[in-house]
Structures are given as structure tokens and as C-alpha cells.
Write a protein that binds this ligand. Structure first.
Ligand code: SF4
Length: 211
């Protein structure tokens, strides 16, 4: 983590509001960061402040119109509408009470929302509730294998393996640092080990380049 902080600087998530994090996660499915961030901004510009009540009251076609640049606009609009309706109906339009519950219960409730999987639930817990969890995405799976943290394909096993190594207070930042490492250096197909800030600590980097 020290090496990554030296290279990338201290990191914070750009969003903290749980509903905005859910919207961003749904928009980011199967597209680039640039496209999903643009769609998020366009939707926000169109509706003012994003909230479950506002999106639940909009038609899917109208939502789709604003998020076209994220791709799969119809599918994502339907998901945004469903998740918004459920938050309005079951949680009175706000996730704040859910996030005050014990972590595992909050996680279970978040996983019950349409379109919310393990990673999205953990992103909301880590960045909105400051829960001591480390969300695992495809980059963190690849890194877990290459750094020999875990070779499991099971989400909870990989998460637990990282959490054994990373103290509670540093897990949200660790997620962002590792995500950046994955995006900038440790892509699945073409890892740039020769430039990587942890090449001297990484068993795979040493093996590739015989450092
Ligand atoms: S040294 Fe190579 S394999 Fe290891 S984390 Fe860096 S880019 Fe990935």
C-alpha cells in the first residue's frame, strides 16, 4: 500500500452518497469509465440531484435517453428504475437506515436490490458507511492471483484473503489503490511489470522479468 500511495497519491472515492454509488455502479457495467462517468453526469444534469424518488417517477425511455453513452441504455434504464422503486417502496426512499445496521445485515439487504451484486454492495458499504470491507472487482481478482493473495474464484474467499492482510481502517483506500494498479499496470492480458510500482514485491513480476 505504501508503494501504491507513493505512486498514485492518497485516494478517495469521488462519490459518497449510497444512491449515487448504486447509479454509478449500474452505469459502469460493460463499459469504460469515461462513458459511464459521462452518462452519470448527463443524467444528473437532466434531473438535478439524483435520488430514488426522482428516478422511480421517470419513464424508462426518458432515463435511457440521458444515459445512452454508457451503452445498453434500455437495460440499464430498466435496472435504475427497478432499484429506485424498490428503495422507495421498502426503505422510504433512503438507504441511510440500511447502512446503520450491522455490516452483514446491511450487505444482505443491499444484495436484495435489483442489479446489486457483491461488488456493488461492498462499494456502498465501504464508501457510504465506512464499513471495513474491501470490494473485489475483476482487477482485484487478477491482482489476488498475481500477488499470490488468493487463487480462488469465489468472491467472499478473495475478499477475506485481502481483509486478512489489510487493516480495517485502510480497506476502502486499498480498494482504490489496487483498482488503479490494475487499470494502469496489471491488466489481465498485458501486465506492464517493468514499470509497475510493486514489481519487486510481486511474485509474478519477479518471475516475468527475473528481477
Ligand atoms: S509486477 Fe506485474 S504482475 Fe505484479 S502487480 Fe505489477 S503488473 Fe501485475
Amino acid at each position: 500500500m505504501e508503494k501504491l500511495r507513493e505512486r498514485f497519491g492518497p485516494m478517495r472515492h469521488r462519490l459518497e452518497d449510497p444512491f449515487e454509488l448504486l447509479v454509478a455502479a449500474i452505469l459502469s457495467q460493460h463499459t469504460s469509465d469515461v462513458n459511464s462517468e459521462r452518462a452519470f453526469e448527463r443524467l444528473e444534469e437532466a434531473v438535478g440531484r439524483l435520488s430514488s424518488r426522482v428516478l422511480a417517477g421517470m419513464g424508462e425511455g426518458e432515463i435511457a435517453k440521458h444515459i445512452r453513452c454508457a451503452g445498453l441504455a434500455k437495460v440499464k434504464a430498466a435496472r435504475l428504475k427497478q432499484v429506485s422503486k424498490k428503495i422507495v417502496e421498502e426503505f422510504n426512499g433512503s438507504l441511510s437506515k440500511v447502512l446503520k445496521k450491522p455490516v452483514e445485515e446491511a450487505r444482505r439487504l443491499l444484495l436484495g436490490l435489483p442489479g446489486v451484486g457483491f461488488k456493488t454492495a461492498d462499494v456502498v458499504l465501504a464508501f457510504s458507511a465506512e464499513a471495513p470491507v474491501i470490494p473485489i472487482d475483476t482487477h482485484l481478482f487478477t491482482l489476488a492471483r498475481r500477488l499470490e493473495v488468493s487463487d480462488s474464484k469465489d468472491y467472499d474467499e478473495v475478499r477475506a484473503a485481502y481483509e486478512r492482510l489489510i487493516p480495517e481502517g485502510g480497506r476502502a483506500e486499498a480498494h482504490l489503490l489496487l483498482l488503479n494498479l490494475g487499470k494502469k499496470y496489471c491488466s489481465a492480458r498485458n501486465p506492464k511489470c517493468h514499470e509497475c510500482p510493486v514489481r519487486r514485491l510481486c511474485p509474478s513480476g519477479k518471475a516475468y522479468h527475473k528481477l
